[in-house]
Write a protein that binds this ligand. Structure first.
Ligand code: 13P
Length: 320
């Protein structure tokens, strides 16, 4: 904490953030994996899809993105005229890191017949190489929409295979749901991939009445045991619309905050205590305040990459 902010109590800190937010004409977006104190000050809380829609629609001049690098980069692609702040520049995504643009370029040479879909958890330069982008909330819909297009329209060159970058577990989930062959990139989210079948069996034994809800970035053998597989938003909606009182949750622990807040009469148990994304926990109130004060760290994307990646993102937003 620096000298500008250490004089504030938490209450004052929140008041200062709100005052600076007004002064900067800013909006605060927070992913549901963020610490509770960050979610509580956000204007919009949600999954990757919802936050990218908000970033595209807002008329604020500054977007404070409380999430990880690829999320802020997505906002910069969609809203180049705005200032995009990521209060902690080191907040990255190990899954995105598993698909460096140079390696993706090499792979594309080997797969000239493939439609390229990049998961939103990827670098802008990877999105720029892609035909479509998707999030976990719309991946199945995007693939179904591509499958329904005449082959000649898929990319004007008649491509028909699908290469999905970078999450192999999500690729497997999409293939199961759409009955399409998907070529997976060998990446995975280290947090979701930590959850094993044994962890889930143990949690189910401890809470036999609970429903198991997991994110599609989990391993296939974990997904096979689930009562519901979906994005963070999907999991939250499932709980709101279900009368069951107990749930085992197979995704990052930040989601417990909105789940408990909206469902005080229901109980939630982690499928594993290990599912904590350190990157998502790097942002705190002091960093949000400082970021608003000094308008740093700003996230920008070189214009040539931005234009190309915008095509893949716009196709996604138009498809759903
Ligand atoms: P959602 O799109 O479901 O919010 O997931 C984001 C993410 O980063 C999962 O690891």
């Amino acid at each position: 904490m620096d000298s500008t902010t250490n004089k504030f109590s938490k209450k004052n800190l929140v008041e200062e953030i709100l005052a600076w937010k007004k002064k900067r004409k800013a909006v605060i977006l927070a992913h549901v994996y963020q610490p509770a104190e960050i979610q509580d000050i956000a204007d919009f809380i949600g999954d990757s899809l919802f936050l990218s829609q908000q970033a595209a629609q807002t008329d604020a001049e500054v977007i404070v993105f409380c999430g990880v690098y690829f999320m802020a980069e997505t906002a910069a692609i969609l809203s180049p005229e705005k200032i995009i702040l990521l209060p902690e520049i080191k907040a990255g995504c190990p899954l995105a890191d598993m698909a460096p643009p140079e390696k993706v370029k090499e792979k594309l040479k080997e797969s000239p017949k493939a439609v390229i879909i990049s998961y939103v958890n990827s670098f802008a330069a990877v999105k720029a190489l892609s035909d479509y982008c998707c999030t976990s909330a719309n991946a199945v819909q995007v693939v179904q929409a591509i499958s329904n297009l005449p082959v000649r329209d898929r990319t004007q060159t008649g491509k028909k295979d699908i290469l999905f970058i970078p999450d192999k577990n999500l690729a497997n989930f999409i293939a199961q749901r759409t009955k399409r062959k998907i070529i997976p990139w060998p990446g995975f989210c280290p947090i979701h991939n930590l959850l094993t079948k044994e962890d889930v069996i143990k949690a189910k034994k401890l809470h036999p009445q609970a429903l198991l809800l997991v994110h599609p970035e989990c391993r296939p053998e974990v997904c096979n045991l689930a009562d519901y597989i979906g994005s963070t938003k999907g999991i939250i909606n499932f709980v709101s619309n279900n009368s069951a009182k107990k749930y085992i949750i197979g995704t990052e622990t930040g989601i417990f905050h909105p789940l408990k807040k909206s469902n005080p009469d229901k109980e939630f148990f982690p499928a594993s205590e290990k599912m904590i994304c350190r990157d998502m926990k790097l942002i705190d109130l002091e960093k949000v305040l400082r970021s608003l004060q000094i308008l740093e760290p700003q996230i920008t994307v070189p214009e040539d990459i931005r234009k190309k990646s915008l095509k893949a993102l716009s196709r996604m937003l138009e498809t759903i």
